[in-house]
Design a protein around this ligand. Sequence first.
Ligand code: ADP
Ligand code: MG
Length: 296
Amino acid sequence: MLELVDLSRRYGATVALDGVSFVVPEGRIVGFVGPNGAGKTTAMRIALGVLEPDRGEVRWRGSRVDPDARRRFGYMPEERGLYPKMKVGEQLVYLARLRGLSKHDARRRTQETIELLGVGERANDRVETLSLGNQQRVQLAAALVHDPELLVLDEPFGGLDPIGVDVLSGVLHRHAEAGAPVVFSSHQLELVERLCDDVVLINHGRVVASGAIEELRASRARRLVRVQLTGADPDWFEAVPGVRLDGARGGAFVLELDAGVDEQRVLDVARSVGDVVEFGPVRPSLAELFREAVQE
Ligand SMILES: Nc1ncnc2c1ncn2[C@@H]1O[C@H](COP(=O)(O)OP(=O)(O)O)[C@@H](O)[C@H]1O
Ligand SMILES: [Mg+2]
């Protein structure tokens, strides 16, 4: 696994990271989530050794990351680094060779990787002649070409069309299933929610929550239930102690329950005043979990 341990980093007076720690376990896809300026790129650069932390360290399989380990990482930086005049295939073979593959393996892996990413026909085209979406796919191919042991991708989904998103999602799943840890940053929360088991939520250089999304859901402090009733007064719930209206969504009311309020008791009251069409817990979206974590 990859471990980021107590990373801190300033740029002048700006605190970009303030004691960030998290792990990316083998075979897991971890979404690294936070608004612009939260510190995602800084943390990923430190993980890749492109930037030194002021404090803390990064460990890979229990040891401090060294250049040798780093060559076996797959990295997609925020600033895209392709040579625009170079042909797609040549460029990828070159990068694969830099990372230690034989000429034969570099060629084979280049072909496999561009096919996987749907740009197999473009091997002999110069990068600059490709659409931005396809350049992004080549950038991803550059991160994957040497079959890395670990993937660290900074905003890999930015600039991809929906088909590209599906292709990349499939690629990340395959890497994780083969046992590689995968971490990618994103501010597209719906996408992270769909793709990841684990998340690390970061804001102003600090991790505000981390872990399996389902566990974050289970441990949240707020309890919301969605209720739809017919034949009752709209303010029926005001008679139930510890219950407040959170809002109305799609014809149903969302009620917030104080700690200790029994859901079944609320349901009983609902039944006694009208016909219950719908009653159940509200599953918070990742966006809501993030909002709540930031407010704490
Ligand atoms: N090279 C730099 N010089 C000065 N400030 C920087 C530099 N890189 C990042 N920062 C600042 O550090 C903070 C974290 O930035 P960054 O890691 O890029 O966040 P994110 O990737 O989450 O958008 C921001 O306030 C940003 O302005
Ligand atoms: Mg960034």
